[in-house]
Design a protein around this ligand. Sequence first.
Ligand SMILES: N[C@@H](CCC(=O)N[C@@H](CS)C(=O)NCC(=O)O)C(=O)O
Length: 223
Amino acid sequence: MSNELKNVKLHYFPICGRGEPIRMMLEDAGIPYEESNDVAAFFASKMDCDEYRFNQLPRLEVNGLKLAQQDAILRYIAAHVGLGPSGKPEEDVVADMLGCAVEDLMSAYVKNIYSPDATTLLPEFAKTQAPKSFNQYEQLLSKSKSTSGYFVYDHPSFAEFHLYYTIYAISHLHPTLLASYPALEKWFNLMSSRPNLAAYFKSGRRKEILNGSPSGQNPCVEA
Ligand SMILES: N[C@@H](CCC(=O)N[C@@H](CS)C(=O)NCC(=O)O)C(=O)O
């Protein structure tokens, strides 16, 4: 466990969302953290850029430092807990490419679930856009030189925490999708079996609601 990350407090909505990859990494690394779901406090002062750098959540406080932007927060924690980059540009760029690609998919997912036309858009998203991305991840994984089953290193990169949650959320829309991507499914199971993550998932502490959209919780594609 890192002894550098102290007084850690996550501010986020009482849902999984963009807070979940951060929770997962903290849990995985065994970093104690508090969580605030004080949404009223956020909306009252979100335009104060000293408090909320980009006027949004998630925010992670670490020893008084106020961090914003999910992937930047993940990279920061990763660097402190031994899950950071190797310093070899040809490896690190793969983790960065994956992170950018996952963010593209997550942004599209968010746009669709919060659209007023979500019930029409989501089946299309789950049947076309999500498989295209899953196939890209499958291909990337097949080129991995990791001997531990991860995308790049002998440990999961920051991007893999983001990817795990993205797959978890999309699997709620399309429960059988992941099964068509054997390497990706194996990797997903590998992540799920990391001891601290498995304990977290079993603990009942994971938020039940994925996001703030009623259409985003349940299958929209027939099995
Ligand atoms: N690029 C940002 C996006 C953050 C974001 O979209 N936050 C949303 C919740 S997931 C938010 O704060 N919404 C409320 C608002 O913008 O007032 C990140 O990765 O952290």
